[in-house]
Structure formats: structure tokens, C-alpha cells
Design a binder for this molecule. Structure first.
Ligand code: IMP
Ligand code: MG
Length: 233
């Protein structure tokens, strides 16, 4: 996969998972978790920021008592580049000692973030720990981490939407789409990345987001705002 980096212009490419598919799978996961944790009161810990949209939808379909909490960890990476240095930016607000914990994550990629979190929670003496991730990119795994509930497996492409961002953009998309660096787009017919089965792109998903004039993303939010295409009336 070609790198998606700062300074690289990008396009929203094909929709990999539609809004309807997400909604239906989130209901199934909520039902599975509700059955597995019947009679308990688990704490669902959402990994910010990528997991908050997923958590918000998931709990509205849960049928058992539960609590929520949030943790923000930062893994030092620059767009696409992966690294292993991880730190807590915002910690949990409640004690997790002797509690049943379910980590709610947007996407598991290398596994470093989850592995860090599992160690942290196990040091805090939780009673049980499971992981629920909307997306899993198994091809990118560098550390083995068990993921107990998986929404969808995705190929080794950079995806955005439904809480997942590229440089803080695109979290608001109701579907999961592939982010395509422009140079890759230029090299492929009709924006289709080789190796990914064809599907019907969402009309909004093929609308390109123009980079600022100097070709850099992220330097000026004002510039980005001005160049984002307005939705059709
Ligand atoms: P890991 O430590 O490599 O498993 O990274 C997990 C984190 O990297 C996720 O929680 C996301 O914030 C981010 N990430 C990994 N792949 C993607 C992607 O394709 N799109 C958006 N964010 C991603
Ligand atoms: Mg991110």
C-alpha cells in the first residue's frame, strides 16, 4: 500500500462498508455482548478518538446494564507511518479493579495500542477483559492480541469514517471508505485500487476533497474548509 502522509493530497475512494451494513452488524454485536454478559455489569471502555462513534451506537442496542468510560492513548505515527511509542493522554475516570471490561476500539491495525492497553488493564487487576473492534486489519498485525468481537475484516488499506480519521478529518462519514493518496488514484483506472473487490461506491464517497493550494494537508484548517466541495442542494 502506498503511504498516506502529511503533505500528500488524498481522495475519499470506494466505500468498503456501507451505513446499512454497519448498522446491522453493530446490532448483532450488541446482542452477542448482551447475551455473553447477562447478569453482569461490564464497563465498556472506548478508545478515543476512533472508538467513540462505535460505542455510541453499540450501547443503544445493548439490553443489559453497563457503564462506559474513555481513555485516550496516542501512538506516535505520522498519518500512515506505524510506530510503537504509546502514551496515555487521558486516563479512565473510574477504578477498573475486579470489574469486567470490554475495550471498544474502532480498528485494530498492528495491535500495539491494544497490547499496551491490555497490559495496563491487567496491571490494574480487572476481573475479565475482552476486546470488541469494529474493524480488524489482520494483514497488518505485528503483535498477537485476541479480539473477541470483530465487526468486519478490512484489507491493508487506510480507511476513514464512522469515527476513524485521517488527520482529524472524515470521522463524520456514516460509512467506511478507503482513503486514496492522489498519486495512487492517478495510477489506477477509475479510482479502483487493485486487489479490492469492486462494489457500488456511495455517491458522496467519490466526491474528491481538494487539498490546499500548496498541496499540504493540515497546515491551515481555514484553507481546507474553503476548498471542501459543498454538498449538492
Ligand atoms: P495499532 O496500534 O496499529 O493497532 O493502531 C490502532 C490505531 O491506529 C487505531 O486505533 C487508529 O487510531 C489508527 N489506525 C490504524 N489504521 C487506521 C486506518 O486505516 N484508518 C484510520 N486510523 C487507523
Ligand atoms: Mg487517527
Amino acid at each position: 500500500m502506498a503511504p498516506v502522509r502529511k503533505g500528500c493530497s488524498v481522495h475519499i475512494g470506494r466505500v468498503l462498508i456501507t451505513q446499512e451494513e454497519i448498522e446491522s452488524r453493530v446490532r448483532e454485536l450488541a446482542s452477542e455482548i448482551s447475551t455473553d454478559y447477562a447478569g453482569r455489569n461490564p464497563i465498556l471502555i472506548s478508545l478515543l478518538k476512533g472508538g467513540f462513534v462505535f460505542l455510541a451506537d453499540l450501547i443503544r442496542h445493548m439490553t443489559i446494564p453497563h457503564e462506559v468510560d474513555f481513555i485516550t492513548v496516542h501512538s506516535y505515527r505520522d498519518g500512515f507511518t506505524r510506530s510503537e511509542r504509546i502514551e496515555i493522554l487521558n486516563d479512565l475516570k473510574r477504578s477498573v479493579r475486579e470489574r469486567d471490561i470490554i475495550i471498544i476500539d474502532g480498528i485494530v491495525d498492528t495491535g500495539h495500542t491494544l497490547s499496551f492497553l491490555e497490559q495496563l488493564l491487567s496491571d490494574r487487576r480487572v476481573r475479565s477483559l475482552r476486546v470488541c473492534a469494529l474493524l480488524d486489519k489482520p494483514a497488518c498485525r505485528q503483535i498477537t492480541v485476541p479480539v473477541d468481537y470483530i465487526g468486519f475484516k478490512v484489507p491493508d488499506v487506510f480507511v476513514v469514517g464512522y469515527g476513524l480519521d485521517f488527520m482529524e478529518l472524515y470521522r463524520n462519514l456514516a460509512y467506511i471508505a478507503e482513503l486514496i493518496p492522489s498519486q495512487v488514484l492517478d495510477q489506477t483506472a477509475a479510482g479502483v485500487t487493485p486487489g479490492i473487490p469492486a462494489g457500488e461506491p456511495h455517491a458522496a464517497a467519490v466526491r474528491p476533497v481538494q487539498p490546499p493550494e500548496d498541496g499540504r494537508l493540515g497546515e491551515s484548517r481555514e484553507k481546507v474548509k474553503k476548498t471542501v466541495a459543498k454538498p449538492n442542494p
